[in-house]
Ligand binder design. Structure first.
Ligand SMILES: *Cc1c(COP(=O)(O)O)cnc(C)c1O
Length: 428
């Protein structure tokens, strides 16, 4: 399968090139040339399939031409080494718990898949650059930890990620370097994007991206949308509405790919915090980014989501987008109120991101619809915040406690591309 750039000013590439490059040379994002519909028999058998088997069938539709079947099966099965339960929260609302992986956030799925696919393709030393607003860094760092021939540089905005998130990518050592940038997530993303187009740097060292712009991280996220719908099929429920807490819009766009492959989802809701460029776009058709605002749902503090171009590419027009997707936006006060209310009414503990998703379903579901929100991270990853909101002391899972015991090691960095470039050149 060939991959083309959304800017259409760069040549089409193979899967291997798309994965190693991340971003196309014209700064566009790679898209697969085709999105295959899955056969009717697949959908009929979904309720009986295991998560791994279902995911393999979806993966085969994208990657089957380029990765030997046995290898692809192994990558998918290794990636999904944890469960993804669909938990009933109210009569009409389910939570798809994507936080049972090594770093307790949904990004484990894409990161683990990408690390394994890159290791399959790669023969020489490669450097992974990743900008994180919180959970990407930990998922990528842990997904790649100890993988031979790969060094990971994680750029994160100083003081803007939680203590627990930070511990998960600053304490690993080995082939992982954490870079603490004086700036916002968007600044980190800009440093990474500039590195990829800098000729001198690229002549010196092989660079690749592991942000959600990479097709190898992005496409595998469609797996669990199939899994969620299969769980509803078991109890003959249809008219599913899927609500995705969205920041860079990689996760929801993966779900929209699933729908394009034939997955029966009635409609999608993109839930935002106050960084609501997409919500405002849906109102008036103008895409008008504002400066980034720091919120309780910090992994969604993205003012100009990279994957919007993919979403637009998939639909082609404002009207078509509006048919399938609606939006919601919530303040920190509303997030806090929702966490308290959901815990009181249902005994279910939300994290600040999932809270946006839950609330959008609570406000937006119509009669006869059933809602699934993606619970994108474990609430304990935001323990300080959630404790303050609930006036409680929530338990930290064993997996997270282990990270907290490590020694923090970071490289301080100004928000300045020349400084970043000199550093990378000195390292290579
Ligand atoms: C990354 C992240 C999001 C946003 O996902 P996108 O794919 O960037 O839209 C939401 N919640 C959590 C916990 C995240 O880590």
């Amino acid at each position: 399968m060939k991959y083309y750039s959304t800017n259409r000013k760069a040549p089409e590439v193979t899967l291997q090139e798309a994965v190693v490059r991340g971003l196309a040379p014209d700064k566009g994002l790679y898209m697969p040339e085709r999105i295959k519909s899955l056969p009717q028999t697949f959908f009929e058998h979904m309720p009986e399939m295991s998560l791994q088997e279902m995911a393999y069938q979806v993966a085969d539709a994208f990657f089957g031409e380029d990765v030997p079947a046995e290898k692809l099966r192994q990558i998918v099965f290794d990636t999904l080494s944890f469960e993804i339960p669909l938990v009933k929260v109210t009569e009409q609302i389910y939570s798809l718990e994507l936080f049972h992986g090594p770093t307790l956030a949904f990004k484990d799925v894409g990161a683990r898949f990408m690390a394994r696919l890159l290791a399959h393709f790669n023969k020489e030393k490669v450097n992974v650059l990743v900008a994180t607003s919180g959970d990407t860094g930990s998922a990528v760092a842990n997904g790649f930890l100890g993988v031979e021939g790969i060094h990971v540089y994680v750029l994160y905005p100083k003081g803007k990620v939680s203590r627990l998130q930070e511990a998960q990518f600053t304490t690993l050592g080995q082939n992982i370097t954490a870079i603490e940038v004086e700036g916002t997530f968007d600044d980190c993303q800009a440093l990474v994007k500039n590195a990829f187009i800098d000729a001198e740097l690229n002549a010196h060292m092989k660079l690749t991206s592991a942000n959600s712009i990479n097709v190898a991280r992005f496409i595998p996220q469609s797996f669990y949308y199939f899994w969620a719908i299969a769980q509803l099929m078991k109890s003959s429920q249809s008219d599913a509405v899927i609500c995705v807490p969205s920041g860079n819009f990689g996760n929801i766009t993966s779900g929209l790919f699933g729908k394009r492959m034939g997955l029966p989802v009635k409609r999608f809701i993109a839930a935002n915090n106050r960084n609501d460029v997409f919500f405002r776009y849906l109102q008036n058709g103008f895409y008008d980014p504002h400066p980034t605002i720091a919120t309780y749902a910090n992994a969604m503090d993205v003012s100009d989501p990279s994957n919007f171009v993919r979403l637009f590419e998939l639909y082609g027009s404002y009207d078509a987008i509006k048919e399938d997707i609606s939006g919601a936006t919530y303040t920190d006060e509303q997030i806090a109120e929702t966490i308290r209310q959901c815990y009181k009414d249902n005994g279910y503990l939300l994290d600040p991101h999932g809270a946006c998703g839950y609330r959008a379903l609570q406000e937006g579901l119509q009669d006869g619809e059933v809602g699934i929100f993606l619970e994108t991270a474990h609430p304990a990853k935001f323990k300080d915040r959630v404790d303050a909101i609930l006036g409680a002391d929530i338990a930290i899972p064993e997996k997270l406690q282990a990270f907290m015991k490590g020694q923090k090691q970071t490289v301080p960095m100004a928000n300045d591309f020349h400084a970043f470039k000199s550093y990378l050149l000195s390292e290579s």
